[in-house]
Design a protein around this ligand. Structure first.
Ligand SMILES: [Fe+2]
Length: 374
């Protein structure tokens, strides 16, 4: 029997959402706030959260973690274990939310490799994860996380117990953030939708979510920072983030995300930027038939944003990225010596996600994709 779960978390999405969420707790509740240092500097979006939490027992840990590591997760796990917290409030983008999931994972398992369960781990009470997302990573709704080990390999781990229980979307979440950062994370969300349509692990029950998310992203990302961008834009993009994040979990990513993970752990390319750089080049390799019946509908959504010269999906996505970024970043901006490419391609080809790509690609083929993006 195949079962389908559609968005299992509770979503609070308005100005008073955090107060509604807090109403369910006594003042004695203990909350660890794990915040992204960059978000904390932004001002209002973060200050509002602290103000709402002022009557509760909180501890604040601010972390820079664009590529969260196992060591960072161990440190957060120690703070969590010593503080008897009932909740972890992760305020930030996908990296901070992933780091929180990784720290919680260590409450179930002794380490990231061996998956040896702690004795009595199932019965111990564990903090509940609450996400306050500031980008469109989708990490706020799904139970997966990526973590970089001491060999600079990124592991992707899925464990249903780690999905945030509640998501607090703030109406001012993007205020003060660089527009390109939100737009780049929007391309990550677009990748979650598109991979969801052609991956071998496709879950067709997620198609409706993917169409809706794609439409919202195409409609609102170009308007970010302009007078046309209203609160409906923030709410729409947040809904798209959640939908796309769930599609990525249910339908499982493929080669494109395998590439982005390795570029992140080995070359330090941020996940959102890696998506901007690589998505059109990976889409070039997806055969038309892999899209099935979704092809024409996706094209019609992508054409909303474009002046209309593109006809195929990869061309339309390339044009959309140019609409947002003008001259988008290139892989060559992050590589000082291209002799590293065969090794990077080999690493990518060894990842299980590659098997979800609709056609088999050799390490040489993957290297060609990387070269095209230089
Ligand atoms: Fe992603």
């Amino acid at each position: 029997m195949t079962t389908h779960v559609i968005l299992p978390c509770t979503i609070y999405q308005d100005e008073n959402g955090i107060y509604e969420w807090l109403e369910q707790f006594p003042d004695s509740v203990r909350i660890l706030i794990l915040g992204c240092k960059r978000v904390a500097r932004l001002g209002d979006a973060y200050e509002n959260i602290l103000e709402a939490l002022q009557h509760f027992q909180t501890k604040i840990e601010l972390i820079s973690a664009e590529h969260p590591t196992e060591d960072q997760a161990r440190q957060v796990h120690t703070v969590l274990s010593e503080g008897s917290y009932s909740h972890v409030l992760a305020v930030g983008g996908g990296s901070i939310i992933d780091l929180s999931k990784a720290a919680l994972y260590l409450m179930y398992y002794t380490d990231f490799d061996e998956q040896k369960p702690h004795q009595r781990a199932e019965n111990d009470s564990k903090p509940k994860l609450v996400a306050v997302p500031t980008t469109l990573s989708g990490a706020e709704v799904n139970p997966g996380f990526g973590i970089v080990d001491s060999y600079r390999n990124k592991k992707v781990i899925w464990d249903e117990r780690l999905a945030p229980q509640d998501v607090l979307y703030r109406p001012n979440a993007f205020e003060g953030a660089p527009i390109e950062l939100i737009q780049a994370s929007g391309i990550n969300a677009i990748a979650h939708c598109l991979e969801g349509f052609y991956t071998k692990a496709r879950d067709t029950w997620c198609d409706a979510l993917a169409y809706d998310a794609l439409y919202l992203l195409i409609e609102w990302l170009p308007r970010l920072g302009s007078d046309d961008f209203t609160v409906s834009g923030t709410l729409g993009l947040q809904r798209a983030s959640a939908e796309a994040g769930w599609v990525a979990y249910q339908s499982k990513p493929a080669l494109h995300h395998a590439i982005c993970h390795v570029l992140g752990s080995r070359l330090g390319v941020g996940h959102a930027i890696a998506n901007v750089i690589m998505l059109p080049y990976v889409l070039d390799t997806v055969p038309k038939e892999a899209w099935g019946e979704s092809l024409n509908r996706i094209i019609s959504i992508l054409q909303i944003a474009n002046s209309g010269s593109g006809s195929g999906i990869s061309k339309l996505v390339r044009e959309f990225i140019e609409v947002l970024f003008g001259k988008p970043p290139r892989l060559g901006d992050y590589i000082s010596d291209i002799r590293i490419l065969p090794e990077i391609a080999k690493l990518i080809s060894g990842l299980p996600l590659v098997n979800n790509h609709p056609i088999p690609l050799s390490p040489i083929d993957v290297e060609d994709i990387l070269r095209n993006a230089l």
